[in-house]
Design a protein around this ligand. Structure first.
Ligand code: GLN
Length: 303
């Protein structure tokens, strides 16, 4: 595979669209990001890396953190997490409350906000310090020992988080929270605010592409739960656009409102793209275009 050539093609196709979409205005720390940026990074399971665009600029991974938090929960056996969150796609936006009420506080999947809040709650209950566990994992997998939560973005999330709090309290009313709601939410907001570069995100994504094997060669997850994480990316990772992503891109993906999307080709590579402008469903506009071109040019779609 000539990844350099593929990246050149991606950059050429994406360039006319850079700046398109809207930065999220409900999180002030994200609203101030310059939308005229774009990056792509590919990390292969055999240790090569290829980059294009603004791949050294850190951005908030937001919902992409949901993949790594779930990995840490599934690394522990018998947590009962699948009694607390389902594995079905939701046709509703990632921060919808109606479905959660109708389904009695049992979130559809771990990659929409209520599901991720349950996972954050579980991680906090199991470890006592879920954020430290996540920081350690992300630092080790990216190779960046200075990787941190961006405190400005975290404060901004905390200040704008009433809808997420509403989900937490609604789930608590149905008996689906273990920790105090404000503590679980505090963890959730901070995990969303880890900032990684595109290059670092692609490296971290290798954990998924290698079916749970860490950068140091040790195993975090058994192959089966690792496969579950990837399957859920394909069916639920881009919210109510997951069908469209399967159709257009054909790779398991997880997006975040910071404009990043992580895609994996199991046993081959991890691809991170970043463009801050979002579409109406909260997925990066240029990220979607870039991944579609990546899948077409590389012929790596899993379908
Ligand atoms: N922090 C964001 C929120 O809770 C994450 C959502 C996302 O990236 N889709 O609204």
């Amino acid at each position: 595979m000539d990844y350099e050539n593929v990246i050149e093609q991606v950059l050429a196709v994406t360039a006319p669209h850079v700046g398109e979409g809207a930065v999220p205005d409900y999180i002030p720390g994200l609203a101030s990001v310059d939308p005229r940026q774009f990056a792509i990074s590919v990390a292969t399971v055999d240790g090569r890396e290829f980059h294009g665009g603004d791949h050294a600029v850190p951005f908030a991974i937001e919902s992409i953190s949901k993949v790594f938090a779930l990995a840490l929960v599934l690394a522990r056996k018998n947590t009962g997490i699948w009694k607390r969150v389902r594995r079905e796609p939701s046709g509703m936006p990632f921060n919808d409350l109606i479905e959660l009420e109708l389904e009695r506080g049992l979130p559809r999947n771990p990659y929409i906000n209520p599901g991720a809040i349950v996972v954050a709650d579980q991680l906090l209950a199991d470890t006592g310090d879920g954020l430290a566990a996540l920081r350690e994992l992300l630092r080790a997998e990216t190779g960046n020992p200075a990787l941190e939560v961006d405190s400005v973005i975290a404060e901004s999330e905390l200040g704008a988080g009433d809808r997420n709090r509403a989900m937490g309290y609604l789930m608590a009313s149905f008996g689906n929270m273990r920790c105090r709601v404000d503590e679980a939410l505090d963890h959730y907001f901070r995990q969303c605010s880890f900032t990684l570069t595109c290059a670092e995100l692609a490296r971290a994504g290798l954990l998924v592409a290698r079916h749970g094997v860490r950068a140091d060669g040790s195993r975090l997850l058994d192959p089966e739960p690792a496969r579950h994480i990837t399957a859920l990316m394909a069916t639920c990772g881009t919210y109510d656009a997951a069908g469209e992503f399967a159709y257009e891109v054909g790779l398991p993906c997880k997006s975040g409102v910071g404009g990043g999307i992580l895609a994996v080709v199991p046993e081959v590579c991890s691809v991170a793209v970043w463009g801050p402008g979002l579409d109406a469903k909260g997925n990066s506009v240029t990220g979607g275009i870039a991944l579609r071109e990546f899948a077409t040019a590389s012929k790596l779609s899993v379908f």
